[in-house]
Design a protein around this ligand. Structure first.
Ligand code: NAP
Length: 259
């Protein structure tokens, strides 16, 4: 199936590591131009270089998206290099464990690292998305609907991303801009590895989590999240908007007693 991403321009935040890297690779595989906006300098430089060597037009913008000026720069530079924007994948974020106990400052910091740039990027990209009848994909998390404990900031940000998905889908109807969210649950990425390693016995913790994933008793791969992302970016999903796609091997919804 041709997803018709060829020569179109997609921004992927946090697009050189973990889930974001897989999304960037999947867009590139479909012939799309990828703009990676991330603070991971080396990984972004290497991936952009790899794409260029394969003849894929790509551009990296290094910066911390918590800074609104960096978000504006991402949009301005993308338009300067490629002439327009067909889609944005809001993906950069981290589960920082800003708990109820951690206090107001930690909570605010968490919203800043996880939420505000989702809004800022779409705000600055709006004229270009309108012109292109573009698509927005927000990477949220199962935590938005299940909770996790000990992570108020992240949970609030991930929940807000779902609310914004519906809100933007409604506001952008007149422009044929589609807005959807993906909720991963358990995907092995550098971030996830770091989290697992905080447990006294990471292997046992990993095995315990995997034993509770109904479909094939395995974690979701970042490629499986990316497949949903490129589908949602593409014209193939031309009547899908305001949706929450839970790509998790049935982790959140299937009967707990399933073996
Ligand atoms: P990852 O491996 O840490 O990759 C995320 C990338 O985004 C990193 O390069 C990171 O840079 C970058 N980034 C984070 N905050 C940024 C900022 N403010 N400005 C610029 N770059 C920033 O994480 P991942 O596991 O792939 O997670 C990607 C998304 O999926 C996140 O929104 C996460 O909440 C969501 N998610 C993941 C899982 C999972 O199981 N992995 C489950 C549910 C939801 P640094 O390395 O410098 O932080």
């Amino acid at each position: 199936m041709d997803l018709h991403l060829k020569d179109k321009v997609y921004i992927v935040t946090g697009g050189s590591k973990g889930i974001g890297e897989s999304i960037s690779r999947s867009i590139a595989d479909e012939g799309g131009n990828v703009v990676i906006a991330s603070r991971s300098k080396d990984e972004t430089r290497d991936l952009v270089e790899e794409f260029r060597q394969k003849g894929i037009r790509s551009h990296g913008i290094i910066g911390d998206l918590q800074n609104t000026a960096v978000c504006k720069k991402v949009i301005d530079e993308t338009v300067a290099v490629f002439g327009g924007i067909n889609g944005i994948v809001n993906n950069a974020g981290l589960n920082d464990g800003a708990s109820l106990e951690a206090g107001p400052e930690a909570f605010r910091r968490s919203l800043n690292v996880n939420l505000h740039h989702y809004y800022d990027l779409v705000h600055f990209a709006l004229p270009y998305l309108k012109k292109a009848k573009g698509a927005i994909v927000n990477i949220s998390s199962k935590v938005a609907i299940t909770g996790q404990g000990g992570t108020s900031g992240y949970a609030a940000a991930k929940g807000a991303q779902l609310a914004l998905t519906r809100e933007w889908a409604a506001e952008l109807l007149p422009y044929s801009i589609r807005v959807n969210a993906i909720l991963p649950a358990e995907v092995m990425t550098p971030l996830y590895r770091k989290w697992l390693d905080t447990f006294p016995n990471p292997d046992a913790k990993e095995a315990d989590i995997i034993s509770k994933i109904p479909f094939e008793k395995r974690m979701t791969t970042s490629e499986e999240i990316a497949a949903m992302a490129v589908f949602l970016l593409s014209e193939v999903s031309s009547h899908t908007t305001g949706q929450f796609m839970i790509v998790d091997g049935g982790y959140v919804h299937l009967d707990r007693s399933l073996k």
